[in-house]
Design a protein around this ligand. Sequence first.
Ligand code: DX5
Ligand code: ZN
Length: 230
Amino acid sequence: MTTEFLLAPSILSADFARLGEEVRAVQAAGADWIHFDVMDNHYVPNLSIGPMVCEALRPHVQVPIDVHLMVEPVDRIVGDFAKAGASWISFHPEATRHVDRTLELIRDHGCKAGLVFNPATPLNWLDHLMDRIDLVLLMSVNPGFGGQKFIASALPKLRATRARIDAHAERGGQPIRLEIDGGVKVENVAECARAGADTFVAGSAVFGAPDADGGYRGIVQAFRSALAGA
Ligand code: DX5
Ligand code: ZN
């Protein structure tokens, strides 16, 4: 099992009028990934940013861009995000007609592929495709908005997913990251880590707590300290 913890600030809660600056500031503070939430007002009841914004940000981003697709259908947009510089592309299995094909499409474009589970989505989507994924993303809120409250049932679900990932690794399988997204804060991040998460999305908790100079070193450090004690 990997013990490397990664912090992935979600730019959904950044100041969209200054997105380039915000991304540079959060990287300077030590963000490991940039989490990029894509919403289509169809799969989720909100509309956010697409491949053109990803492409515009790419020159400002040295770390991997972690694209979280909340769109339906999925396949049409995968190539656009790969071209726009996405490193990881994750999608919700209910939002695509052929889950295995979509995973293959993402990997064929040279990106890492992830599967996202809503709070009520059962883990048995994983039954036949552990060898086809690089990441499992568990939602600890219903997707569509930043700033929602962490749903506690995500913790036993993290433990169950961690058990599946570790069993897969023991059978000689490829590494799979376990990411948690929604309502993650300094106060609950260690509990998520103890339940098995190794990658942590935080939107409002990071971008809502700037330093006096507008940077994010303080809050990123607070996350790191909390994780060090996990
Ligand atoms: C919600 C998004 C999240 C969101 C998290 O649909 O997938 O990535 O930005 O925001 P917080 O951390 O504020 O819950
Ligand atoms: Zn997200």
